[in-house]
Write a protein that binds this ligand. Sequence first.
Ligand SMILES: [Fe+2]
Ligand SMILES: [Fe+2]
Length: 145
Amino acid sequence: MSRQDVINVLNELRSLELASIIQYMKHHYEAQGMESPAISGQFKDSAMDEMRHAESLGERINYLGGEPTKQPSEIFTGGDLRKMIADDLRVERHAIGKYREYIELMFREQDHVSRLMLERILEDEEKHEDTWITDLARQEAPAMA
Ligand SMILES: [Fe+2]
Ligand SMILES: [Fe+2]
């Protein structure tokens, strides 16, 4: 695997992060209108985590001599709160799959600095996944009297 291949992998992940930032910020504003302050705050906090991830990836790409991408991957917005959370959960699960795959790849390539960075990001993505699983269960639970 060449250095350019490593840069391409990191840029693929950065595209996912850029899409997540946009998706979470949009959901943050939309949820404000739905009077869901708790979930609206979770969307904002998640967006800020994704910004840190995009920045870490960008710095590593830059260090390796590449150009950090500005191109987000696909963005899912719109619908009610339940759909937003379901979209976010799906996106996080997709990201988790990619991070796990590329952590293995970086290990095989013995790029342990990149691997460690991806492992730290994966830890955040698993927390995001857990947040949306919990929120989705709350959305589906029968209303308490
Ligand atoms: Fe992220
Ligand atoms: Fe995430």
